[in-house]
Structures are given as C-alpha cells and as structure tokens.
Design a protein around this ligand. Structure first.
Ligand code: HEM
Length: 143
C-alpha cells in the first residue's frame, strides 16, 4: 500500500523528469528488450533498434500513462481502466506478471541511472510499490 509519504516521493520524482519522458520510456523499453528478449515478441511490427521512432514514440506513451496514473494515485483502477482492457483483451501480454515486472525493473534502473543519489532507498521503495500497483491493475482483467 502506498503511504502518503510514498505518494509525495513519487510525485516529486516524476516532477524531476520534466521533458525527458520520451528518452526515459525509450531507454526502459530498450533495457526490457535486451534483458528479456521474449518481450520483443509483442512488438513484431516495431523497429526495435535503439532510437527508432517507434521505440521513442512508444516510450513516450508509456511514461505519459504512468504520469497520468501518478495524478490519480487514489484511483488507479479507474485511471488505468482502458489500458487494462487493452493489455488484457487485445494485446494479451502474457504471462502478465512477468512481463510487467520486467518493464517495472527496467524503468527503475533507468530512473536510478538518471537520478543517481536522488534515487534514494525511500524513492526506490515508493516507485517499486507504485509500479506493482500499476502492474496489478493492468493484470487484473486476465483470467
Ligand atoms: C501499448 C502502457 C506494459 C506491450 C501501450 C500503450 C500504453 C501502454 C500507454 C499505448 C496505448 C494506446 O496507444 O492507446 C503500458 C504501461 C505498462 C505497459 C504503463 C506497464 C507499466 C506492457 C508490457 C508489454 C506491453 C509489459 C509487453 C511486454 C504493449 C504493446 C502495445 C502497448 C504490444 C501496443 C503497441 C503498438 O502497437 O503501438 N502500453 N504498457 N505493455 N503495450 Fe503496454
């Protein structure tokens, strides 16, 4: 469960990313494709080379969706409802827990390398909880 302190840290951390969303999203995706190659199978229609328009564009969308979630931390299920439908019914990203965890890990490494010391244990823990909450919502419609 996200505490009030976690929520504050997440919001502050996101506030520091201003303008770099596309780069951060693209880096997280590239890390995921490298470290967990099976995740590439969901993107057969993408050019997966570093810096491709598709990776940049998609990275931006993912980080924007997370930014929107951060504005709705008390209401994540509703804020992510459409994305949840998309991933569960249309994309069938599977097994959801695994792939979602990979992306979450890769995003955290990306943030850590950018924020350095500012990615403190407290921030790390808050972001980890936040990403688990997002993953839980994105996975909740699977059966
Ligand atoms: C599409 C967010 C995890 C595969 C999308 C879109 C967003 C998004 C915002 C675009 C939706 C639109 O265009 O309307 C997220 C978030 C995730 C997540 C916030 C978790 C934190 C994953 C994972 C995979 C995945 C783990 C697979 C490994 C896809 C695919 C698309 C998509 C294949 C469609 C891409 C396209 O054809 O443009 N996701 N996603 N997503 N996502 Fe995710």
């Amino acid at each position: 469960v996200l505490t009030a302190e976690d929520k504050k840290l997440i919001q502050q951390t996101w506030g520091k990313l201003g303008g770099a969303e596309e780069e951060i999203g693209a880096e997280a995706l590239l890390r995921m494709f490298h470290s967990y190659p099976p995740t590439k199978t969901y993107f057969p229609h993408f050019d997966l080379s570093p810096g491709s328009d598709q990776i940049r564009g998609h990275g931006k969308k993912v980080v924007a969706a997370l930014g929107n979630a951060i504005k709705n931390l008390d209401n994540l299920s509703q804020a992510l409802s459409e994305l949840s439908n998309l991933h569960a019914y249309n994309l069938r990203v599977d097994p959801p827990r695994f792939s979602l965890q990979f992306l979450s890990q890769c995003l955290q490494v990306t943030l850590a390398t950018r924020l350095g010391k500012e990615y403190s244990p407290e921030v790390h823990s808050a972001v980890d909880k936040f990403m688990s909450a997002v993953a839980a919502v994105l996975a909740e419609k699977y059966r």
